[in-house]
Write a protein that binds this ligand. Structure first.
Ligand code: IPM
Ligand code: MG
Length: 356
């Protein structure tokens, strides 16, 4: 098969981790007789420096013309003083919205060889942590009106949170479909005791649940969910929630696995084209030092093969190679422990490639 992949290397450690992921993809292409072509699409702080904007038109076009997009990470302190409309993050938000990527899937599971990295008490971790956060990605307060004005001699800021039924219905379906392939439990998270958007959310999710008699639905308030996630994460299978709650809870979920550098994510809309990225950030403090862990990005590339290109065997091959590399005791700095072998970003990539 021939596939055209748009590549957003991004800022900070982005170029290093994406470089290793592309090398892994190329090894897979060689082994299975595929042709992957890569189209560079600058985005983020580097694009602000080079083009004056975080997402140049040409990059957006390259992404829209691609079969899928692979992204490292964007942002960094260098661009913190940019006006809100021109920050690196705005490039990402514009890209998600322009590509119609309403469904963001972030798995939280503890890797077999990294169980010790889980920061929760051993008896809690022992019950098992393996759930998925399904986050609505192009609605809610992120995309409502934002304004700052002067009222009665002081500044007043407003951000509007809005949801329509169809936006809730389509993300709910993603969650229920996923639950059918897992342990058949959906937890929908909202703040229906306070917010109208949440009351609408809860009603629509309950309606969708009626189409899935085999899936058990539970509603939970977001404050309680934040607590339950550290008290007993084994109770979760598929978690579905709106954009802002999902942003916050998916960070919490990744942290309790103890290996945020290892977790990939997918963002998809109606078609097969997706955007795949690690869930960690651009880590400017270690950029350019060959210290970053490329595994999150490499596993994001595996997700791309599985979900956008229907290449399950190839995706399995990458995931197996990652597992074997970890079993061999190789670790980047973020997950290194006494008794394991410390390697840099490039060596980790090479070790995974040689097992493909
Ligand atoms: C994420 C990030 C982004 C978000 C930022 C960079 C805009 O935190 O993907 O979770 O808030 O969605
Ligand atoms: Mg976030």
């Amino acid at each position: 098969m021939k596939k055209n992949i748009a590549v957003i290397r991004g800022d900070g450690i982005g170029p290093e981790i994406v470089g290793e992921a592309i090398a892994v993809l190329s090894a897979v292409a060689d082994k299975y007789g595929h042709t992957f072509t890569y189209t560079e699409a600058p985005m983020g702080g580097n694009a602000i420096d080079a083009f004056g904007v975080p997402l140049p038109e040409s990059s957006l076009e390259a992404c829209l013309a691609s079969d899928s997009v692979l992204l490292g990470a964007v942002g960094g302190p260098k661009w913190d003083s940019q006006p809100p409309a021109n920050r690196p993050e705005r490039g990402l938000l514009k890209l998600r919205s322009a590509m119609g990527l309403y469904s963001n899937v972030r798995p939280a599971r503890v890797f077999r060889d990294l169980a010790d990295a889980c920061p929760l008490r051993a008896d809690i971790a022992a019950k098992g942590i393996d759930f998925v956060v399904v986050r609505e990605l192009i609605g809610g307060v992120y995309f409502g009106e934002h304004k700052t004005e002067t009222v009665d001699g002081e500044q007043k800021a407003t951000d509007i949170m809005a949801y329509s039924e169809h936006e809730v219905r389509r993300i709910a379906r993603v969650a229920f479909d996923m639950a059918l392939r897992r342990r058949k439990r959906v937890t929908s998270i909202d703040k229906a005791n306070v917010l109208d958007t949440s009351r609408l959310w809860r009603r629509v999710v309950t309606e969708v649940a009626a189409e899935y008699p085999d899936v058990e639905l539970r509603h939970m308030y977001v404050d309680n969910a934040a607590m339950q996630m550290v008290r007993d994460p084994s109770q979760f299978d598929v978690v579905v929630t709106e954009n802002l709650f999902g942003d916050i809870l998916s960070d919490e979920a990744s942290q309790i696995t103890g290996s945020i550098g290892m977790i990939p994510s997918s963002s998809m809309g109606e078609g097969t084209r997706g955007l795949y990225e690690p869930i960690h950030g651009s880590a400017p403090d270690i950029a350019g030092q060959d210290k970053a862990n490329p595994i999150g990005t490499i596993l994001a590339a595996a997700m791309m093969l599985r979900y956008s290109f229907d290449m399950a065997a190839e995706a399995d091959d990458i995931e197996r190679a990652v597992d074997e590399t970890l079993s061999a005791g190789l670790r980047c700095g973020d997950i290194w422990q006494e008794g394991t072998i410390l390697v840099g970003c490039r060596e980790m990539g090479a070790e995974i490639r040689k097992r493909i």
